[in-house]
Write a protein that binds this ligand. Structure first.
Ligand SMILES: Nc1ncnc2c1ncn2[C@@H]1O[C@H](COP(=O)(O)OP(=O)(O)OP(=O)(O)O)[C@@H](O)[C@H]1O
Ligand SMILES: [Mg+2]
Length: 312
């Protein structure tokens, strides 16, 4: 078993009789990139704050780099949910300042700050005060401030929020570059596409509870794979194929061409349906094979809870 950068065991956080985090356990192996997902109010920030020892769990235990976050603070990088920078400081100086707080010598901190700003497209702002930065740029700078001391373990609360598509991509690069160096990363988001591109594994929370923990591939397996066909042929033989779980025929009116929504088992090759169509000379208007995205998984697993939670 690989070593864990983070272990949560039966962590609970209550406010009065409300469970913000309800019996959550998971571990993050050293060197992995973990997505911490869940709808608004799921308990992500509350969990992250407990991990950082900003707030205390009501019960349960948390281990960070085999210790607690305060004892290993110089080895951790943290981007909080509420963002903001010292406005009157120069951009490079903010990054360097945070690095020195975590033990990096001043000269090195300055060099690293310039290097990071150059690497992630902010070189032109290095010598400007941070008040000259747009919101998204400021957020990038804050992320760079949280990683300039080259921490082993980086915890980012909503690093993508408020960024335009290009800068979202830059943020993905920041995380991927950390991963390449062997840094352990956990980041929260509700945008599944980011997680899909850059994580090996995800933890999904809803209403304070963990509802999924595993690889992206396993997450996709939680919802059925589907094939959609539009055809005027007789599709009864398709339903007989082993691996076809169900077939739902829909027809708007007697004039229109029917569509078949076919649910297939994991491991079933949808090409077998195509082959059968050709063998039996069944006419095909469309053949659409769609593997579920992480977004579909999210909506499937937390859809009802997410809506309920928003009315709490
Ligand atoms: N100090 C507090 N007192 C009472 N309730 C709280 C407190 N902090 C958080 N909560 C509640 O705990 C739940 C989880 O909040 P949290 O901020 O952890 O959610 P989140 O998953 O980070 O959501 P978002 O995606 O909106 O950032 C919410 O219902 C919130 O109202
Ligand atoms: Mg949050």
């Amino acid at each position: 078993m690989s070593e864990s950068a983070l272990v949560l065991e039966n962590v609970v956080k209550t406010y009065g009789d409300f469970h913000a985090v309800n019996d959550v356990s998971f571990s993050v192996p050293v060197g992995s990139v973990y997505g911490f997902l869940g709808p608004n109010g799921a308990g992500k920030t509350t969990s992250i704050r407990m991990i950082l020892e900003i707030i205390k769990p009501t019960s349960g235990s948390i281990s960070v780099l085999g210790s607690n976050a305060l004892a290993v603070r110089d080895r951790i990088g943290y981007l909080p949910e509420e963002k903001g920078l010292y406005k009157k400081m120069k951009t490079w100086a903010v990054i360097a300042y945070f690095a020195t707080l975590k033990g990096v010598p001043k000269k090195k901190a300055k060099a690293v700050a310039y290097e990071l700003l150059e690497r992630y497209g902010l070189a032109d702002f290095a010598d400007k005060k941070t008040e000259a930065l747009s919101k998204g740029m400021g957020q990038k700078v804050q992320v760079l401030s949280s990683i300039a001391h080259e921490p082993e373990f980086v915890i980012l609360d909503e690093p993508f929020s408020g960024l335009d598509p290009v800068n979202q991509q830059v943020m993905e690069e920041v995380i991927q570059d950390l991963a390449k160096k062997g840094t352990t990363v956990i980041f929260s988001t509700h945008v599944m596409a980011h997680a899909e591109r850059i994580c090996e594994r995800i933890v999904l929370l809803a209403k304070g509870r963990k509802i999924f923990d595993g690889s992206i591939a396993d997450a996709r397996k939680t919802i059925p794979r589907r094939v959609k066909i539009r055809s005027g042929g007789d599709f009864a033989p398709v339903a007989e194929l082993e691996g076809v779980v169900s077939m739902d025929r829909q027809q708007e009116d007697t004039e229109s061409v029917p569509t078949y929504d076919i649910q297939i088992a994991d491991g079933f090759d949808p090409q077998l349906i195509l082959k059968l169509c050709f063998d039996k000379s069944l006419p095909l208007e469309t053949f659409e094979q769609s593997d579920p995205t992480l977004h579909d998984v999210f909506v499937h697993l937390v859809g009802p809870e997410a809506r309920e939670a928003s009315f709490r």
